[in-house]
Design a protein around this ligand. Structure first.
Ligand code: NAP
Length: 311
């Protein structure tokens, strides 16, 4: 069978586009990297455009784009792309506000376009197994520890510290995307503390409490972790303990290994496999649940001021 590769353009050619999207598109039989759209970033051998208008006029055969820009500029670009008749993949988070993403959902539906709001951590190797294991058990208590070094993962990214950039919720929302995927019962936030550096607009650390049924789930997000990085979850259940490590790639039920993988490894391969299916079926997929929890944290959270952050 001959597989036709769909030409796709990467819009916003920064760290995640280069580190993850390019390799996964390269491995995919469904897609071919046909263009980049970025003010500064280019890739040798791939046609480059400064904006979407230039892509449309120069390469009208490209009808699929992946938006890998920071969230603050995502809405305007997504709207422009959908109005131009393109199918759109959104990096996480899907937008800077909930209502703007609702607007994109309506626009995509109105125009018959595919909109795929990705949550890469949901494609971690152990997430599906963790979900299946928890589905048959009652959770008594859960803890989430998502601690990483912002200087290592977001070098020079000033947007992350500006309103709408989410600060520590940029990685924290990955944990929430896994949590909302694997919990048998929905959770809601009951309290939060957010620590803001005195010189920045977004938090550097956050502690959150949720209830899922009768189970309390505590989350600890921190951008100040040097040395080994921690992306882990633990659930005490009526029938043993479930542990997720490496962002959901490695999962243990008690001493039994359900999955073993590397953090981020193959997540983006899974994203492009799913996107190909959504395009074939002409179906959109947008789940706002992780972003709802972040919005709730900003709404309900107590704000503390901490030391200035200087990169
Ligand atoms: P990045 O390295 O800063 O790249 C973002 C790119 O977007 C820039 O290279 C920039 O390219 C373009 N851009 C367009 N308008 C911009 C603006 N007003 N301000 C800044 N950049 C603008 O960021 P990233 O790490 O790739 O993150 C992009 C998205 O991917 C974020 O939503 C993030 O949450 C998500 N993500 C990041 C990671 C990670 O590990 N870094 C992991 C998973 C997901 P031009 O200047 O050339 O236009």
């Amino acid at each position: 069978m001959t597989v036709t590769e769909t030409p796709i353009a990467l819009v916003g050619f920064g760290k995640i586009a280069k580190d993850q999207h390019v390799p996964s598109i390269g491995k995919s039989e469904a897609f071919r990297l046909a263009a980049t759209v970025s003010r500064h970033g280019t890739m040798e051998g791939v046609p480059a455009h400064k904006d979407l208008a230039s892509l449309r006029s120069g390469q009208p055969e490209v009808t699929v784009v992946a938006l890998c820009t920071p969230p603050q500029v995502r809405y305007a670009m997504a709207r422009e792309a959908l109005e131009a008749g393109l199918d759109v993949l959104l990096e996480k988070p899907p937008g800077a506000t909930l209502a703007e993403v609702e607007d994109l959902i309506a626009l995509a539906q109105d125009r018959g376009r595919v909109l795929f709001a990705t949550w890469h951590s949901r494609f971690a190797a152990g997430v599906a197994g963790a979900k299946a294991w928890l589905a048959e058990r009652e959770i008594l208590h859960g803890t989430i520890t998502w601690r990483e070094d912002v200087r290592r993962w977001h070098p020079g990214q000033t947007w992350i510290w500006k309103a709408g950039g989410l600060g520590v919720f940029d990685p924290g929302i990955n944990a929430l995307s896994v949590l909302t995927e694997i919990l048998p019962r929905p959770a809601h936030l009951t309290g939060a503390e957010l620590e803001f550096p005195s010189n920045q607009e977004t938090p550097i650390a956050a502690r959150l409490s949720f209830l899922s049924g009768a189970a309390r789930i505590e989350a600890d997000f921190d951008f100040r972790q040097e040395g080994p990085q921690t992306w882990a979850m633990d659930f005490e259940t009526s029938d043993g303990r479930l542990t997720l490590a490496d962002g959901g790639a490695t999962v243990f039920a008690g001493d039994r290994k359900l999955s073993q993988g590397d953090a981020l490894g193959s997540e983006y391969d899974g994203i492009y496999t799913r996107f190909a299916r959504l395009l074939a079926e002409r179906t959109s997929e947008v789940d706002l649940a992780p972003l709802v929890h972040v919005a709730d944290a900003f709404m309900l959270g107590r704000r503390l001021t901490t030391d200035p952050f200087i990169e």
